[in-house]
Design a protein around this ligand. Structure first.
Ligand code: 5AD
Ligand code: FES
Length: 348
């Protein structure tokens, strides 16, 4: 199975991903690889979904601008920092600040929030996930202290991208953002949904080829889950099995990557995140947002953990990680790809 890169090059990877034939061997090899690189550590990230306003209109997403059935909210900078305070006490050393593309949060406001979190918690990493911005803006976020940036490419295929997004959104711009972020020095996360409407097997292979070119520090994938108030309401959800096999393939193709067992994976199956860990994932991102607003960050239907307090999720997830045979790591959990490049820079 260490021939996985050859299989990607010679077109043989489809069988591995889309049939159950090699599944057992695949999961064993992936788990072996994650243990060799990251041991049994599973890194915890505290996720703060600070605004569900979004100027975009992605057809799959429940917080899209056209969804008028959704109550919109924003947390204030003080509320965001107070979520981090709570998270710090619970042992989180990475905070992920995610929102829709909300122009209320100007570059200056976001930089201010990042700076005050870094000042208070200098031993913590801050990850931003606030969408497409100019390189200049990304640079200002980096200077303010942000360490990582998540921006899923969603699909690497032009035609597929156009079926998932309004016509003013451009795949080339999305890809450019990712390369800009890398160049600036962020630890960068890309990714895509599994089983999104109109996705072909070939598209997924293209995603893997694109990821190989980008060589990201983090790769987030999860099943597509339909949302009743979107144009994709009646499309079927993505497959648990294909998502798990893809996690394993990603682990083998990108041994140093941080790969989350996503909330979407935990939503389509009660033990989805545990299965994700066993397939090679090594990150989980429990929610730190105030319970009152959690239901409103509804990217898809039936999202888990929307009624739980941050402390409950923290306890629950640690229990699940340990039961699955891993260790809930209390550290920043930087990407080894990035750490290696930093060491190289200082010794060069
Ligand atoms: N199902 C699954 N994942 C979704 N996302 C958005 N909408 C959905 C959905 N309906 C994912 C996108 C986005 C991330 C924040 O959530 O990939 O990048
Ligand atoms: Fe939120 Fe289990 S992780 S309740």
């Amino acid at each position: 199975m260490n021939k996985i890169t050859d299989l990607l090059d010679n077109g043989g990877l489809k069988d591995v991903i889309f049939s159950a034939q090699y599944e057992k061997e695949l999961f064993i090899e992936a788990d072996k690889t994650r243990r060799a690189v990251y041991g049994t550590d599973v890194y915890l990230r505290g996720l703060i979904e600070f605004s569900n306003y979004c100027k975009n209109d992605c057809l799959y997403c429940g917080i899209r601008n056209s969804n008028k059935n959704l109550k919109r909210y924003r947390l204030s900078p003080e509320e965001i920092v107070s979520c981090c305070e709570n998270g710090y006490k619970l042992g989180f050393r990475t905070f992920v600040l995610q929102s829709g593309e909300d122009s209320f949060f100007t570059d200056k406001i976001i930089c201010g929030i990042v700076a005050s979190i870094k000042e208070k918690f200098s031993d913590c990493a801050v990850t931003l996930s606030v969408g497409e911005k100019t390189k200049e803006t990304y640079r200002s976020f980096f200077s303010a202290g942000a360490d990582r940036y998540l921006l899923r490419h969603e699909t690497a295929n032009e035609e597929h991208y156009r079926k998932l997004h309004p016509q003013y959104m451009k795949l080339s711009e999305r890809k450019q953002c990712l390369f800009d972020l890398k160049e600036i020095g962020f630890q960068v996360g890309a990714g895509f949904m599994v089983g999104s409407p109109y996705q072909t097997q070939e598209n997924i292979i293209e995603d893997l080829i694109f990821l190989r070119k980008l060589n990201p520090d983090m790769i987030g994938i999860g099943p597509f889950i339909n949302h009743a108030d979107t144009p994709f309401a009646s499309f079927p959800n993505g497959s648990l099995e294909v998502t798990l096999r893809l996690i394993a393939v990603l682990r083998l193709l990108f041994p140093f990557a941080l790969i989350p067992a996503t909330t979407a994976l935990g939503t389509i199956a009660h033990n989805g995140r545990e299965l994700g860990l066993k397939a090679g994932a090594n990150v989980v991102m429990p929610n730190l947002s105030p319970t009152e607003i959690r239901k409103l960050y509804s990217l898809y239907d039936n999202k888990i953990c929307t009624g739980d307090e941050a402390a409950e999720c923290r306890r629950c997830i640690e229990h699940r990680i340990i039961k699955a045979g891993y260790n809930a790591a209390v550290s920043r959990g930087d990407s080894k790809l990035w750490t290696k490049s930093q060491n190289k820079n200082t010794t060069d």
